[in-house]
Design a protein. Structure first.
Length: 125
């Protein structure tokens, strides 16, 4: 069995070894989808030193980011924050934010969001 594939357990439950799924590229951050369900989705992003995610916001969904490895520098709603491994940050919808690896070591984050389709269905319903 491939160590990078999450086995499906009873009720569709999956277990992920995020360390086995880490991937890096010299030219840009690498995003890996962990899962996408009807209600939630999660991805991992791996940054070499100097790589970043552009400033952005999510119009409807909240987001939580867990810094798994390294240090993430973020601008969150105009405030600069340096978050070491083990930190978790949550964003309300419409909050501008970015992620930058300004350090000399690799940085890995995992983020979790509500599937935007759920929020659209609620708004339309």
């Amino acid at each position: 069995m491939d160590d990078k594939v999450a086995p499906t357990l009873a009720g569709g439950t999956q277990v992920f070894d995020v360390h086995a799924l880490k991937a890096f590229a010299p030219d840009k951050r690498v995003r890996t989808m962990l899962f996408k369900t009807d209600q939630l989705w999660s991805e991992m992003a791996c940054y070499e030193p100097g790589q970043s995610t552009p400033m952005h916001m999510h119009p409807r969904e909240e987001e939580a980011i867990f810094v798994l490895e390294g240090t993430a520098t973020m601008n969150i709603g105009g405030e600069e924050r340096t978050l070491p491994a083990g930190s978790v940050v949550t964003f309300a919808n419409k909050v501008l934010h970015d992620v930058r690896n300004l350090g000399t070591k690799r940085c890995v984050i995992v983020f979790l969001k509500v599937n935007p389709k759920v929020l659209k269905e609620r708004a339309d319903g």
